[in-house]
Design a binder for this molecule. Structure first.
Ligand SMILES: Nc1ncnc2c1ncn2[C@@H]1O[C@H](COP(=O)(O)OP(=O)(O)OP(=O)(O)O)[C@@H](O)[C@H]1O
Length: 583
């Protein structure tokens, strides 16, 4: 009974482990068990009650072979007629009583377990969300192991039956390894499918459906080959187990039969004993079957505790939440690499010093990979610079409260995501209390109001999954409105108008330049025409600030910026000429 209850533990814990890498089980199972116990401690009273009920109901079940034995004796002797009815009555009573207790016990156990599960799941989720962005960068590739299955009978290990240690080690080791390989292979196949579905547009536009199908089929072939081996290993291990059980039964029957013939025990006792033995054997068989999973589950639970214990590598945010923020940002000799190393070739930003003045439009321009977006990520505190400091209104960025910072700094990036909800809900996202007037104002500033009004249901039109119902340019304008409705003090547009035609991009920029709430705007682009209106332009090259000044000053200087302008103008003229030729 207790074994079967413990088996149901997996039902509660498995969803937790769906994304936990299927690591090799760690050896320190004791520590894991100790931690598990800590989570169960508040429910100790309930577990004691469950244990008590299990013992009492098992006692009821155990009376049944005993009664069957008495009935068998009666059949052999037919001497005491009352013995039969008494045994039957007792048997019925015990069966009903143990069934009722079993029900209460199952209910209590399941309710307790689901409570523990819900609370652990919440804690793990919270712990993972608290980690720094670099943690997610590193762990997003670990999906191959998202198929750790059930965490069955974790507590069972405590029972310490030598047999559950020794037998599965001997018979199930090979099967266990194979099962893990099958799981990994299945997870890889799932990954192929997930990749394909999430990039369906790309697959379709390259007409590579057959290629993807082939890739999936090849992966499934691998899984099938492993599955066959696993099936053989499973059959062999089950066969070894059942042969052992069978041998045990034969020995008992032979020995018992001899005892009965010699008159040492009654035939009823033999029947009772065989029934007990069968119960015991099926319990041990269940233990042996599930034991490999237990070991694996304990290994995986280590990972959960690792997440729970992990301290984010970004230093904790401070408490500053000043009522008036000017929005003055300074980068002072900031050096940064994503790997955390400081050797020259890994550095993405080298001694970068920039000054974003309050209420002004500042721009960063530079070729691809020159480190422009990295500055934004640092401003959002996703990463921590290795050297130098970033100041907001003269105070270190990390001294501000995280929520406050994200409320004051709004970022719209090129690959902005809309949710599969109405345009209204998308614009008011995270700012649900905003009035419709505020929403219209933000949408007008973002040059989005007119086209939204022309949509079939206006602001109530569904933006579609990932914003698929609206064009790229419309999506960007909705995202800009979503940023503006929060009245940020610092607005960062990271290539946010790349999908707009020049007329719309001009309108958006013009509106931002004339906006009234005096917010600092940071424009990031590799397109000179986007940045030329900015009050101050920083020119990035290979992670360094090479030039700074206004458009006119930089043009006059004749350096990198002037070169960029010349090249882009040349490209523009070439396009114009090609257009004219085709006309
Ligand atoms: N999460 C990341 N992990 C590791 N390296 C990264 C990461 N993000 C960016 N990089 C690298 O940092 C360098 C600078 O990237 P960044 O996105 O800042 O450039 P950018 O100037 O904004 O480029 P673009 O104009 O193409 O957007 C690139 O070499 C890029 O490969």
């Amino acid at each position: 009974r207790y074994v079967s209850l413990l088996l149901s533990w997996g039902r509660y814990i498995s969803p937790l482990l769906m994304r936990v890498p299927a690591e090799k089980p760690k050896e320190d199972t004791g520590a894991s068990l100790k931690r598990l116990m800590e989570y169960m401690l508040p429910y100790l009273g309930r577990f004691v009650a469950v244990l008590f009920l299990v013992i009492v109901s098992s006692y009821g079940e155990m009376a049944i072979p005993q009664c069957t034995g008495r009935v068998a004796d009666w059949i052999m002797n037919e001497e005491a007629p009352d013995a039969f009815t008494e045994a039957i009555k007792f048997m019925t009573l015990m069966t009903v009583a143990s069934a009722v207790l079993e029900f209460v016990c199952d209910l209590m156990y399941n309710v307790t377990m689901s409570r523990i599960h819900t609370s652990v799941q919440g804690i793990v989720f919270q712990a993972v969300l608290k980690q720094e962005i670099a943690f997610f960068d590193a762990n997003s590739s670990e999906t191959e192991s998202c198929h750790v299955q059930l965490w069955k009978m974790t507590l069972l290990t405590c029972m310490g039956l030598p047999i559950i240690w020794v037998m599965p080690e001997l018979t199930g080791h090979f099967h266990q390894n194979m099962a893990k390989k099958v799981q990994d292979s299945l997870a890889k196949a799932n990954q192929v499918a997930t990749d394909t579905f999430s990039s369906m547009k790309t697959v379709r536009s390259f007409a590579n459906e057959d290629g993807e199908t082939e890739r999936y089929r090849r992966q499934l072939d691998d899984t099938y080959a492993l599955n066959k081996k696993e099936a053989a290993a499973y059959a062999a291990s089950t066969w070894a187990n059942s042969m052992a059980t069978l041998a045990l039964k034969v020995c008992i029957l032979y020995y018992g039969g001899t005892l009965v013939t010699r008159g040492g025990v009654s035939s009823g006792d033999l029947v009772s004993f065989v029934l007990y033995e069968l119960q015991f054997a099926s319990a041990v068989e269940a233990i042996m079957r599930e034991y490999p999973e237990v070991k694996k589950a304990i290994g995986a639970s280590e990972k959960i505790f690792e997440y729970l214990d992990r301290k984010p590598k970004v230093p904790p945010a401070g408490n500053l939440t000043p009522r008036d923020l000017e929005g003055h940002i300074e980068f002072k000799k900031v050096t940064f690499s994503y790997s955390g190393r400081t050797d020259e070739d890994t550095l993405v930003l080298k001694d970068v010093s920039i000054d974003i003045k309050p209420g002004k439009v500042t721009a960063i321009v530079g070729l691809n990979r020159s480190g422009k977006s990295t500055c934004v990520k640092l401003l959002e505190r996703f990463y921590q610079p290795q050297a130098g400091e970033i100041l907001l209104d003269g105070k270190p960025l990390q001294s501000y409260k995280d929520e406050y910072l994200h409320e004051k700094i709004a970022v719209v990036s090129q690959d902005c995501v809309l949710f599969a909800r109405s345009v209204r809900e998308n614009i008011k996202y995270g700012c649900e209390d905003a009035s419709d007037e505020e929403m219209y104002k933000a949408a007008k500033l973002a040059s989005a109001h007119d086209f939204i009004m022309e949509l079939s249901n206006g602001y109530d039109t569904d933006a579609g999954e990932k914003g698929g119902q609206v064009s790229g340019g419309q999506k960007q304008r909705i995202a800009i409105a979503r940023a503006l409705i929060r009245h940020p003090k610092i607005l960062i547009l990271d290539n946010a108008t790349s999908d707009l035609d020049s007329e719309n991009a001009y309108q958006v920029h013009q509106a931002l330049l004339n906006q009234t709430n005096n917010c600092s705007v940071l424009l990031i682009s590799n397109n000179v025409s986007v940045v030329e209106k900015a009050n101050r332009i920083f020119v990035f090259h290979e992670g360094m600030v090479k030039e700074e000044g206004s458009h006119d000053v930089l043009l006059e200087k004749g350096g990198l910026y002037a070169e960029l302008v010349r090249k882009q103008n040349m490209g523009f003229h070439r396009q114009q000429e090609e257009k004219n030729d085709t006309h």
